[in-house]
Design a protein around this ligand. Structure first.
Ligand SMILES: *[C@@H]1O[C@H](CO)[C@@H](O)[C@H](O)[C@H]1NC(C)=O
Ligand SMILES: *[C@@H]1O[C@H](CO)[C@@H](O)[C@H](O)[C@H]1NC(C)=O
Ligand SMILES: CC(=O)N[C@H]1CO[C@H](CO)[C@@H](O)[C@@H]1O
Length: 432
């Protein structure tokens, strides 16, 4: 089987623009979660949750000029008009990843062997909402011809391929909060099976719209108790956790066939070692309490990677800060890690959920958390779980509370689970 490595990373997150800016703040224990209560639209007023992870776009605060989002850094005015925000983030993160990896295909062979696998969970709620109102009030002629190209989930991938002429596989997953993980896993399989040599893979999301908060609020998924203390609102594994916090952003990786990467002498960050998926087949929004869906995904990913549970140095948990979800995932991790081929003591299991810092990027969550897992391998530092003062998920893991820890990481797992009952795990390793 052809081996797949990671040769470039790009990120746009509530912690800043760029991988360096995001990583620096993550390790420093900073939060990217802010209040959206004062937003101009009166619709925000009735909402139960008014905290969100927002990509910084104004200078003057704690973000320096190069760390804030400016669409014009990446896109012409005409592209900006044609592309919705999630697609813009996807393009920008992809450009960063391509630059990082030094991959600039020119020949026909090269562009044919380069593909794209970029998804989104919700996509563009803004245009859906506005266009629905316009259509209802003013009729057919007022619907913009750009409406459809602005709402299709796969248009991030489409625009990117068209910009660069990439003619390899052109694919978009949309599996709710598992989108980013499925994109990376599926892209790695395209390379392993010989459909491409290089893939841009990841996820993007930007649905900071009152309707998002109304919808997730009504399904009682969101944190509501910390609206006046946004930085404390996302509390994975903590006893006071009361729901997840919506966030926006994008993360993209350049995946590449091992010998292809070696031949061009580029820097190899890590290897995509394993990928496992499962379905809960249980409920649309709640996990099985025993975590058996999550367990199946992790087991399949480790089997695919030919790695034993005891060899895993770090798990980046999906844990979003909901009572049921975090406990189910912890139970799944315990079953996996305390098995015969695991470890002999729960305190040797290192798990953190970085959502405490950046919130839940929904369709981009699996991508940014995979990127962070790769960074732990590169940097030898584990980012903390913010706001974790009192774990109550029935395990004695090292949850890396509040402060980053130094640790050599050879093998890292990233978990992603989504509404609809879909679970995926990815295993990354240092290249041996
Ligand atoms: C590249 O792909 C295009 C379209 O699929 C095809 O027409 C062309 O022959 C391919 N070129 C090479 C060098 O394989
Ligand atoms: C698997 O997917 C479900 C879908 O609702 C998700 O909520 C859950 O967290 C995952 N399963 C488990 C047991 O964690
Ligand atoms: C180069 C290429 O084929 N890109 C396509 C990828 O998919 C999108 C969406 O279907 C198309 O618009 C692109 O042309």
């Amino acid at each position: 089987m052809r081996r797949v490595v990671i040769t470039g990373l790009g990120a746009i997150t509530p912690l800043g623009i760029g991988v360096r800016s995001t990583w620096k703040r993550l390790i420093a224990g900073e939060s990217g979660i802010v209040s959206v209560a004062s937003s101009s639209s009166p619709k925000w007023k009735d909402l139960t949750s008014t905290v969100a992870g927002i990509v910084p776009s104004v200078t003057g605060g704690r973000f320096s000029d190069h760390e804030i989002w400016r669409a014009s850094d990446y896109l012409t005015p005409s592209d900006q008009r044609r592309m919705s925000r999630f697609a813009q983030y996807a393009i920008a993160a992809s450009e960063m990843a391509l630059k990082d990896s030094g991959w600039d295909p020119k020949t026909e062979d090269q562009v044919n062997a380069t593909g794209v696998c970029l998804g989104s969970g919700i996509g563009n709620l803004h245009d859906f909402y506005e266009t629905s109102i316009t259509f209802h009030q003013d009729g057919y002629k007022k619907v913009s011809p750009l409406f459809v190209p602005k709402i299709l989930i796969n248009l991030g991938a489409g625009h990117l391929a068209t910009r660069h002429g990439f003619r390899g596989p052109n694919h978009s997953a949309t599996t709710a909060c598992t989108t980013g993980a499925h994109s990376i896993g599926d892209a790695a399989r395209f390379i392993a099976f010989g459909d491409a040599d290089v893939m841009l893979a990841g996820g993007a999301e930007s649905c900071i719209h009152p309707l998002t908060f109304a919808g997730f609020g009504r399904s009682r998924s969101l944190s509501t108790k910390f609206n006046d203390r946004p930085e404390e609102s996302c509390r994975p594994f903590d006893a006071d956790r009361d729901g997840f916090v919506v966030a926006e952003g994008a993360a993209v990786m350049v995946l590449e066939e091992l010998n292809h990467a070696k031949a061009r002498g580029t820097n190899i960050l890590a290897e995509v070692r394993g990928y496992g998926c499962s379905g809960d087949a249980y409920h649309m929004t709640a996990p099985r309490a025993d975590g058996s869906g999550a367990l199946a995904a992790m087991k399949r990913a480790l089997k695919n990677a030919r790695v034993k549970p005891g060899e895993v140095d770090y798990i980046n948990a999906h844990a979003t800060g909901t009572q049921v979800g975090d406990a189910a995932e912890a139970a799944a991790i315990r079953t996996l890690m305390m098995s015969e081929e695991g470890v002999d003591d729960e305190s040797k299991v290192t798990v953190s959920s970085t959502k405490g810092s950046h919130g839940h990027l929904l369709g981009a969550a699996g991508a940014i958390e995979s990127l962070i897992s790769v960074m732990t391998i590169v940097e030898g530092v584990i980012p903390p779980t913010l706001n974790l003062h009192k774990p109550n998920v029935g395990t004695n893991f090292n949850f890396v509370p509040l402060q980053a820890q130094e640790k050599k990481v050879k093998i890292a797992i990233s978990n992603s689970f989504g509404f609809g009952g879909t679970n995926a795990s990815l295993v990354f390793s240092r290249l041996e």
